[in-house]
Design a protein around this ligand. Structure first.
Ligand SMILES: NC(=O)c1ccc[n+]([C@@H]2O[C@H](COP(=O)([O-])OP(=O)(O)OC[C@H]3O[C@@H](n4cnc5c(N)ncnc54)[C@H](OP(=O)(O)O)[C@@H]3O)[C@@H](O)[C@H]2O)c1
Length: 249
């Protein structure tokens, strides 16, 4: 018996990294899964990898009307949503003196505004009693060079989980946060670095983690499964940090 049998799960940013590993685990636990992302090619590949009957919908959280269309497709093809994972996000940074308004807006618009409106627009499509899991970051609890706006955007979504859980109490919808530390995903390859530099960066990051390694997406997926399922029924407005002790020790 799967932990998500008969559940409809929608993973925003489910075509890559942590979201993809989570979608695979949810499908193996019996959920009917839908995913979004921006990249049509990885969306198609990811749907194949997750398994037959996976619904892949192209949507950009910067384009709010594309979210409406995505929710309409999920409802018409799968039904109302029981588990919503709000995982789309980018990591970008710059030295404070060089930080531009454009870079600030891009990070905040995707990570914070995107998260808020993804949840707001989901409301007509969610079942009462649904579980919403937002991807935060252990960086929200740390001081990271060049990452002030990224970290603040993740502190903002941590706050959203508390406030939106309060707003949605009447519908018994729980909102919690999964905050990863450094995890090996395509996110590092998007920084414009060579494969050698990405490898070097991951080694450097691992060195700063108490357990001397970065995490993997499959480890994170287990945390999302707990927050998505009834096993976390007494948790709301709360957070699980999975970071090898990076922000905690
Ligand atoms: N990896 C880490 O070390 C780490 C640490 C802490 C927190 N996180 C957070 O974990 C989440 C997943 O990251 P990841 O590491 O798995 O990285 P990833 O492989 O780069 O995945 C990012 C996901 O977000 C989607 N996305 C980005 N911008 C979007 C937009 N404007 N509209 C819709 N979808 C968008 C991507 O879709 P496309 O591929 O189609 O663009 C992709 O599915 C992010 O929120 C990230 O901040 C990651």
């Amino acid at each position: 018996m799967g932990k998500l049998n008969n559940k409809i799960a929608f993973i925003i940013g489910g075509n890559s990294g942590i979201g993809l590993a989570t979608a695979e685990l949810f499908a193996s636990e019996g959920a009917r899964v839908a995913i979004t992302g921006r990249d049509e090619n990885t969306l198609k590949d990811a749907a194949y990898q997750i398994g037959e009957n996976t619904l892949a919908v192209k949507a950009d959280v910067l384009n709010l009307s594309s979210l409406d269309e995505a929710y309409q497709q999920v409802e018409s093809k799968l039904g109302k949503i029981d588990v919503l994972v709000v995982n789309a996000g980018i990591f970008k940074g710059a030295p404070l003196a060089a930080f531009t308004e454009e870079l600030f807006d891009e990070i905040v618009d995707i990570n914070f505004k995107g998260t808020f409106f993804t949840i707001k627009k989901a409301l007509p499509y969610l079942n009462d009693g649904a579980s919403i899991v937002i991807t935060g970051s252990a960086a929200a609890e740390a001081g990271v060079v060049n990452a002030s706006v990224y970290s603040a955007s993740k502190a903002a979504v941590r706050s959203l989980a508390r406030n939106l859980s309060a707003d949605l109490l009447g519908r018994k919808i729980r909102v919690n946060v999964l905050s990863p530390g450094h995890v090996e995903t395509p996110i590092h390859g998007r920084l414009g670095l060579s494969p050698e530099q990405v490898k070097g960066l991951r080694e450097e990051l691992a060195n700063g983690v108490p357990v001397k390694r970065v995490g993997n997406a499959e480890e994170m997926a287990k945390g999302y499964l707990f927050l998505a399922s009834d096993e976390s029924s007494f948790m709301l407005g709360a957070e699980i940090v999975m970071d090898g002790g990076w922000s905690q020790l």
